[in-house]
Write a protein that binds this ligand. Structure first.
Ligand code: MG
Length: 380
């Protein structure tokens, strides 16, 4: 029996994780659930899964259920992240908040199933060195990184020559570039292949997400930037590939669903049935791979330059991205202004260091403030 603490249980990944846990009740138990503010859904989940602890991080509401202890706020969040009875902590919150969750869990020596890529983008050095120090594992949940992990036989330190990350190209891949300023949030949220939360779906459209995933792969697999190639692959059947010294390339394929990477982080090295339809290769026909069009995806280029610069640049990139995407989702800015706001913020970076969580939190809030000022100027 593996006990799992689910941080971000009401989000897209959290809900699918509970489906996996529910599918194998003799193997997995949700011992702690933590949501940000969705009190009703958390109460329903707690009723169905009967965890020992249920936490609402940002809302002050009480949930009363026999046998379930309920907590609110930052203290409850930290307790759920480092929950003593947990064998695995699934970090499935979105954005900068994931860094604190991952660090709390690792500091307690817990294995972390990591669905939050921002924690590695922003504080990869901290996360990796803490995991090493505590002898805790990081189990990749992002589908591309799970694919690489599978190709490396679940050994993050195995040698390879190149990592080939695939990208769908997002919801706007076929919109003529000159029409991109006019696309609505609704259009950008219509992902062709994957069902995910709003922030990451917009990040897929801009390919900021793929830039984050390049940094994530650099940290998880000790890859140099030059060892990672990104390919637009419209069919989303090849979830990523690894090339080895002899030129052999292994790919992990399957239907696009997050259930497999989530479940595998819990069951590895064992594989259990996942109730997913098989890939029908005969029906699929050809698979396509293309280079990334840098004109269409300026956020991707911005992310690569931050990956190269390192330090606090990835943190500033992430903060500016969160501010710009929220503004786009609220209808305050045009789609193409997302990249402009990120670029302006990066061109006047706040001072700071990436040496501790506190320093990164400070950089994050300064970068957000700067991005807000730039945003205000843009919509005035
Ligand atoms: Mg991904």
């Amino acid at each position: 029996m593996k006990n799992i603490s689910v941080i971000g249980s009401t989000g897209s990944i959290g809900r699918q994780a509970l489906e996996v846990i529910g599918r194998y009740p003799d193997r997995f138990r949700a011992v702690a659930l933590c949501a940000n503010e969705s009190a009703e859904l958390l109460a329903a989940q707690a009723g169905a899964f009967r965890p020992e602890l249920a936490v609402l991080r940002s809302a002050d509401k009480n949930i009363s259920l026999p046998g379930v202890r309920f907590a609110c706020g930052e203290e409850g969040f930290e307790e759920a992240c480092a929950y003593p009875a947990a064998d695995i902590v699934l970090v499935a919150v979105s954005g900068f908040a994931g860094l604190k969750a991952a660090l709390c869990a690792l500091a307690a020596g817990k294995d972390v199933a990591l669905a939050n890529k921002e924690s590695l983008v922003v504080g990869g050095g901290l996360v990796l060195s803490l995991a090493e120090k505590k002898g805790a594992r990081i189990l990749p949940v992002d589908s591309e990184h799970s694919a690489v992990w599978q190709c490396l036989h679940f050994d993050r330190k195995a040698p390879f020559s190149r990592i080939l990350l695939t990208a769908s190209g997002g919801a706007l891949r076929d919109v003529p570039i000159e029409k991109l300023p006019c696309v609505t949030a609704k259009q950008a949220l219509c992902h062709p292949n994957w069902k995910m939360g709003a922030k990451i779906t917009i990040d897929c459209a801009t390919m900021l997400n793929k830039g984050f995933e390049v940094m994530e792969a650099m940290h998880l697999y000790g890859a140099k930037l030059s060892q990672i190639e990104v390919l637009v692959h419209r069919e989303s059947v090849v979830h990523s590939m690894v090339e080895f010294a002899d030129g052999a390339v292994l790919a992990q394929m399957g239907v696009p669903s997050m259930e497999l990477p989530i479940q595998l982080a819990f069951t590895w090295p064992e594989r259990l049935s996942c109730d997913l339809p098989p890939v029908d290769f005969a029906k699929l026909g050809a698979l396509h791979f293309e280079e990334v069009d840098k004109k269409r995806y300026p956020c991707f280029s911005l992310a690569l330059s931050c990956a190269e610069k390192g330090g606090t640049y990835p943190c500033i990139l992430n903060a500016a991205g969160e501010v710009a995407v929220q503004a786009f989702l609220r209808g305050q800015i045009k789609y193409t202004q997302i990249a402009e706001i990120i670029e302006s913020t990066l061109s006047q970076p706040p001072e700071g260091s990436a040496e501790s969580y506190a320093a990164l939190a400070e950089t994050d809030s300064l970068a957000r403030a700067r991005a807000q000022t730039i945003l205000k100027g843009a919509i005035a």
